[in-house]
Design a protein around this ligand. Structure first.
Ligand code: HEM
Length: 84
């Protein structure tokens, strides 16, 4: 259940910025993008621009019509929270 999911800060996200361990946050939810990388229609390089950080702004600028929450449901690892 949701209670077992992690809570991550922006500092935590920074530890996951390589293709084999690529996390991002979109609208408050943290995703492990690694399994999705090779499926991104815009390519790996563009997607990696939001690895290790909050990708909300860039994602919304490029394709706000894409339902990332639905698409990345299986990649959902937890919630973005404020740092201590
Ligand atoms: C296209 C998903 C992040 C750049 C697409 C499409 C999807 C998608 C489903 C096809 C959209 C359509 O044809 O209407 C995602 C998801 C992302 C993400 C789930 C985040 C987890 C990004 C980022 C960038 C980007 C950060 C840019 C820095 C592009 C580009 C295309 C595209 C340029 C157009 C590719 C083409 O049609 O040739 N993305 N995207 N995407 N995406 Fe992303």
């Amino acid at each position: 259940g949701v209670s077992q999911l992690g809570k991550y800060t922006l500092e935590d996200l920074k530890q996951h910025k390589s293709p084999d361990d690529a996390w991002t946050a979109i609208q408050g939810k943290v995703y492990n993008m690694t399994p999705y990388l090779k499926f991104h229609p815009g390519g790996v390089k563009d997607l990696m621009r939001i690895a290790g950080r909050d990708g909300t702004k860039l994602f919304m600028l490029t394709h706000s019509w894409v339902n990332a929450e639905f698409m990345l449901d299986a990649c959902f690892v937890g919630f973005l929270v404020q740092g201590p």
